[in-house]
Design a protein around this ligand. Structure first.
Ligand code: TYD
Length: 409
């Protein structure tokens, strides 16, 4: 268990104690209920570098393994997002034929799948989960089945070359050994190399009380301040930012190896905004603690009241909903079933509170009265899909920023 900051070793301050949690993505069968793994999930913040992190993270081998349940390919909006970023890489960074692009956590394709489709053969994906690695290989993507760190970085330089672009979409936050990752990025990049990371944005989590972004895989939730501190420490230059609405509010960080690239207005805007917030010390984190407690009471009361009269199902068996259901102790008393399109989750049970997961056919044949948006980050896509076969009006519940019915986005 980490007692000090994983980046700078300074003391950590407790933000929220979520109590006992199961593995967020470990959708299980009934015969596994009795050996389910639990750990204590406590969110902390470093009082020196402001890196927001979990006190304890289960062993990464329990989280990222041969049967990793997440396939990025299941979301159309994320696929569009990857495609657009691949265009940006080609145009904005004037990608040449031999410029190596490395993507970590590329899952079943990621951005490099689109680069490959656009005939950019100098690409490499690095993913530690065997099943998603195999999926990418089947698509003809060049892959390495490894955790990324300084050792893997050295191997890539030796076997291939230095990289022009290093991409990490929703992956960096998963790796506890963050200093080894940054060391690896710095040594892998060319002198004019660029590192792009996208991660859920801490100040969105704090403002929206979307505490469900906090789960075992997200050992960190980054802010501009903490990302900038990490980059400075490793001789990298965080020079630009792009705010994104993916995953309920994310930040794209543009980092150069060239320390002389000037900071953009966008960078200055967010950096100064956070500096102002931190000028009140730890107040923002204390408020988050009380907002989480309020949100929990509010959601459980809301669902108890509705489930007295109505059948509620949850849409999307997400890691996020594992945090919500376990923190708020929501089980089949409130939510009768969860629907999801991912084959590895169907006919299993949600971690911890054991709500059954059924496929989309079951959902269409057993329409609930109300749907809880477990995959609220995909609500636009879900609403578009369900518009014609499930009247939206008054039937959808979200928990953020507070438990309520929601009819449009
Ligand atoms: P994801 O966005 O990865 O959330 P988390 O990181 O918290 O696990 O998961 C979205 C889940 O929702 C995934 O299991 C697929 C499912 N899903 C559907 O079942 N139907 C849909 O239309 C969409 C968009 C997602």
């Amino acid at each position: 268990m980490y007692q000090n900051c994983r980046n700078c070793n300074a003391d950590l301050i407790e933000v929220v104690d979520f109590g006992k949690m199961p593995i967020s993505n470990a959708f299980i069968s009934q015969n596994q209920f009795s050996d389910e793994y639990f750990y204590n999930m406590t969110a902390m913040v470093c009082q020196k570098c402001y890196l927001f992190q979990l006190l304890e993270q289960p062993n990464p081998n329990i989280l990222f393994h041969d049967n990793y349940a997440f396939f990025a390919g299941s979301s159309n909006s994320m696929q569009k997002h990857f495609d657009e970023l691949s265009d940006e890489l080609i145009d904005k960074f004037e990608l040449k034929k031999n410029d190596l692009v490395v993507e970590i956590g590329c899952n079943d394709g990621g951005v490099i799948n689109y680069l490959k489709k656009k005939n950019h053969s100098a690409h490499l994906g690095v993913d530690p989960s065997k099943n998603v690695y195999e999926k990418s290989k089947e698509k003809g993507i060049n892959m390495m089945n490894k955790f990324f760190n300084i050792k893997t970085s050295n191997e890539i330089v030796k076997e291939k070359s230095k990289a022009k672009i290093f991409i990490s979409l929703n992956t960096l936050a998963h790796i506890a050994n963050i200093n080894s990752v940054f060391e690896g990025i710095e040594s892998l990049l060319n002198e004019d190399g660029i590192f792009i990371s996208e991660d859920p944005y801490l100040f969105d989590v704090l403002e929206k009380v979307s505490y469900d972004q906090i789960y075992d895989e997200h050992v960190f939730v980054f802010s501009v301040t903490s990302m900038n501190n990490l980059c400075n420490k490793h001789g990298l230059n965080l020079y630009d930012l792009k705010y994104l609405d993916t995953h309920g509010g994310s930040m794209r960080y543009y980092v150069s190896k060239n320390k002389n690239l000037p900071k953009t207005n966008n960078f200055n805007y967010f950096f100064n905004k956070e500096k102002n917030i931190h000028s009140n010390g730890m107040e923002v984190y204390k408020n988050f603690n009380s907002n989480c407690i309020k949100s929990k009471t509010n959601l459980i009361n809301f669902l108890n009241e509705q489930s007295d009269k109505k059948i509620i199902a949850s849409y999307g068996a997400t890691s996020k909903s594992t945090t919500i259901f376990n923190y708020c102790n929501i089980n089949t008393n409130q939510i009768k079933y969860i629907t999801d399109t991912t084959s590895t989750k169907i006919n299993k049970f949600s971690p911890g509170t054991h709500i059954p997961i059924y496929d989309y056919d079951y959902f269409t044949n057993n329409k609930p009265d109300i749907c809880f948006l477990g995959a609220w980050n995909h609500s636009k896509e879900i609403f578009k899909k369900e518009k014609n076969n499930f009247s939206l009006n008054g039937k959808w519940i979200t928990h953020t920023p507070e438990a309520m019915f929601i009819n449009d986005f």
